[in-house]
Design a protein around this ligand. Sequence first.
Ligand code: NAD
Ligand code: DAU
Length: 347
Amino acid sequence: MRILLTGGLGFIGSAVVRQAVQAGHTVLNLDLQTYAGDPRTVASVADSDLYEHRTVDICDDGAVRQAFEDFFPDRVMHLAAESHVDRSIDGPAEFVRTNVVGTTVMLQEAQRWLTAHPNEQFRFVHISTDEVFGSLTLDDEPFCETTSYDPRSPYSASKAASDHFARAWFHTYDFPVVVTNCSNNYGPFQFPEKLIPLMVIKALNGEPLPVYGKGDNIRDWIHVEDHAEGLLQAAIEGQAGSTYLFGGDAERTNIDVVHMICDLVDAVAGSGEAPRRNLITYVTDRPGHDHRYAIDFETTTNRLGWKPSRSFEDGLRDTVQWYLDNDDYWEPILAGRYAGTRLGSAE
Ligand code: NAD
Ligand code: DAU
């Protein structure tokens, strides 16, 4: 495949880039390299003849158009986004610009290019989140393909809008869109504003571990490499107009996740700060904090043969070890563009 991918210097996009190039696909990565983009995430494939990166803003229609004309893709995988809920509380406008306007620019330029170069195989895979479905109670059934949208944060509202635009392009213009929605990813190279890397690094450093509210919010966790495998399968085999849900079959409360991280760091990094559970500090809750996300991905398994292959216990142990072994990834970030401070408290 020739994959024009956006957001490939980010956490999930870079995992897709690494897997795609290793599988022999040719990738053009359009990424603006915002605070969340980092070329080190794709260093393992950056010298390959199959890989090219361009510093492009997805809102820049001229640059996006030129990329299509130069590259002749048969797949688009659109991951570029503002992705952090807490930042969307502090500054929603950037989420509207990148996630809504940027997605419509990508759809418009892809459609313009496909009209000029018809290709039955072409697919536009729009990568989204389970947060568009809203918040579950403990008694609710997990999200599925037909769950109504009910976004509740500026981030999820902007992603929901982008999903609606993607599906509008399918229904209105017969443009071959595939939408995917996935639960919380974790793994190597996640920016340390997100729960798991932030807690691992703070636990290592012996700093307070800020748990929002009572710590009883529930997320479903999937290893990023499992998600990337599913996304590539959806790009290869996905049916135009279809939605594919990806999940990790690993619902956990936040406090359970933080306890696991404390115990893993105690075991691997030694006893200096142990027991690190003593570092847990309950802090003011996130405004509008969604209580629970859960995914029923059975239809995706039936249609693509995909299911997650890593257990949360194994994946989290490997991930904690990765952050311990790769302080050269996160130390410069904490010394520069993100100091590990609280975001989105709306105070
Ligand atoms: P990330 O924040 O790690 O990376 C986003 C990337 O997009 C960065 O490399 C950034 O430089 C790039 N980018 C941002 N604005 C851009 C612009 N205007 N033009 C070009 N590039 C731009 O995000 P992530 O966690 O890897 O998420 C990737 C996608 O997957 C997002 O669409 C997100 O909504 C979705 N998603 C994320 C998760 C998760 O748990 N992280 C779960 C489900 C879905
Ligand atoms: O569900 C998929 C979504 O998962 C993705 O679409 C988003 O891009 C991704 O950021 C993630 O959103 P969350 O808000 O669930 O992830 P985050 O890591 O920010 O927080 C996970 C949970 O941990 C959430 O309930 C808030 C809580 N939390 C988070 C931080 C950063 C804390 O208790 N303390 C913290 O310091």
